[in-house]
Design a protein around this ligand. Structure first.
Ligand code: ASP
Length: 439
């Protein structure tokens, strides 16, 4: 491992010249921050434009006058940052080239990625750092997946000797030599890939919050920051809707056990959240955090003596697989199986087909469909060492008059899944948060 940090700065961290100055101070404050990855300028205030959104609109725009108007807004943002920072960099030439490329038919990926490209050029110029284009470091294969071998080898060869390099996030090069982007929010993935390739000791992800909160702050405004959590806990929380970091950003760093540190550009004194493979630090509140998502469907299949019928579950799952349904949970009883999945994309006709197939193949006594279920994941690496956690949850939800439709606790005991009616999602999160984390 190399004693260097990869520091990724998000869109709000680099939204204007004042933010650029903060970022430069952070980078200069620790000489190990040698590999910097940047997003495109984000919003400065709630109804401001994100540069990436503007660039995507430009690429789609058919009307020349409209195009000019939108591209003008992009140009003004970058020229404004350059001027306020007092840089002599010729950003106009870069903007002209991008404009003519988009007008001559360059596609979505190229246009969407140019905010990162320009921001990295400006930050490199401001810091006196080396600019290294992501298209020279990150490679995709013909299936659109990251070519990890080539990418990591190239990053190691090109970046480990750099004193200070700035790399644009969000994109790389496809097998046809053209720019290809990650999914939206993908600069987080770039940061992780760069940290992995350079074998950095830390991946810092600088954003506009001081870490990952125990619960969604829109529901729990006073939610506490989690100091330390494991990759697995993060995965459970982000799958259920907690989104500070792009989900796919965990996998590259996880391979080498490189910790991720979520930090706040606007409050650098705060140590933020550390995400790591394992930690001896107990979570101070029994649970590490909780998150929830709405609109699941539960399919309940009953059949007397089901437990003697070998292959029942496999046949049921086979039918769902045929209809390309991904099953989230499968709590079972002696004569009951329930499967939980997201049925929003299913049409009425497909539903009828599925139910008819279950009747024909499994001859159940009854099938019940329960819709509009919200699932709440209560996550905590320490729950298995403390008894009574699910009991407390059930008791308190009972006192609050919330009906639990489903309760699932895998043997690993790292997560308890509680299913309630959609309308009860927020109240459930509030009750569970208060049980464990209220001061
Ligand atoms: N700028 C891109 C987006 O808005 C990528 C990123 O910021 O991570 O999705």
């Amino acid at each position: 491992m190399n004693p260097i940090f990869t520091a990724k700065f998000g869109g709000t961290s680099l939204a204007d010249a004042a933010q650029f100055r903060r970022v430069a101070d952070i980078i200069r404050a620790d000489a190990r921050r040698r590999l910097v990855v940047v997003s495109a300028p984000g919003k400065r205030y709630p109804d401001d434009d994100k540069i990436t959104d503007l660039l995507i609109s430009c690429q789609k725009e058919q009307d020349k006058a409209q195009f000019e108007g939108i591209f003008g807004r992009v140009s003004a943002r970058f020229i404004g940052i350059r001027d306020e920072l007092g840089l002599g960099f010729d950003i106009e030439a870069e903007l002209e080239k991008i404009k003519s490329d988009i007008l001559s038919g360059e596609g979505y990926d190229y246009a969407a990625s140019r905010g990162e490209y320009l921001n990295a050029l400006l930050l490199a110029n401001f810091l006196g750092a080396q600019f290294i284009d992501a298209s020279e470091l990150i490679f995709f294969n013909a299936e659109g997946k990251l070519n990890t071998k080539k990418t990591y080898q190239t990053i190691k060869a090109r970046l480990t000797g750099c004193d200070l390099a700035v790399v644009p996030g969000f994109y790389g090069k496809g097998p046809n030599g053209r720019i290809k982007t990650f999914p939206r929010g993908g600069s987080d993935i770039t940061g992780s890939v760069i940290a992995r390739g350079a074998e950095a000791v830390l991946y810092e992800n600088w954003t506009d919050v001081s870490g990952i909160m125990m619960a969604d702050p829109r529901i729990i405004p006073e939610a506490r920051i989690i100091n330390v959590l494991t990759y697995r806990e993060l995965r459970e929380l982000s799958y259920m809707g907690a989104n500070v970091l792009h989900e796919d950003a965990v996998f590259p760093v996880r391979e080498l056990d490189i910790p991720i540190n979520i930090r706040n550009t606007n409050a650098p004194e705060h140590l933020g959240t550390i995400i790591t493979s394992s930690t001896a630090e107990p979570s101070p509140y029994t649970i590490t955090g909780l998150a929830g998502r709405k609109n699941y469907t539960v399919l309940l299949v009953d059949k007397a003596m089901m437990n003697n019928e070998i292959g029942f579950a496999r046949k049921l799952l086979g039918i769902l697989e045929k209809h390309r349904i991904s099953v989230e949970h499968m709590p079972t009883g002696i004569d009951t199986i329930s499967v939980v999945f997201d049925a929003q994309a299913l049409g009425e006709e497909q539903w009828h087909e599925i139910l008819a197939e279950i009747h024909a193949e499994l001859s159940p006594d009854s099938i019940n469909v329960i819709e509009d279920i919200a699932l709440i994941a209560v996550v905590g690496r320490d729950m298995q060492n403390r008894y009574g956690t699910s009991g407390r949850i059930m008791t308190e939800l009972g006192h609050a008059g919330i009906n639990i439709s489903l309760l699932n606790q895998p043997v690993s005991e790292m997560t308890i899944i509680v299913g309630v009616h959609n309308e009860e999602l927020q109240k459930t999160i509030r009750v569970i948060y208060d049980v464990f984390a209220k001061s």
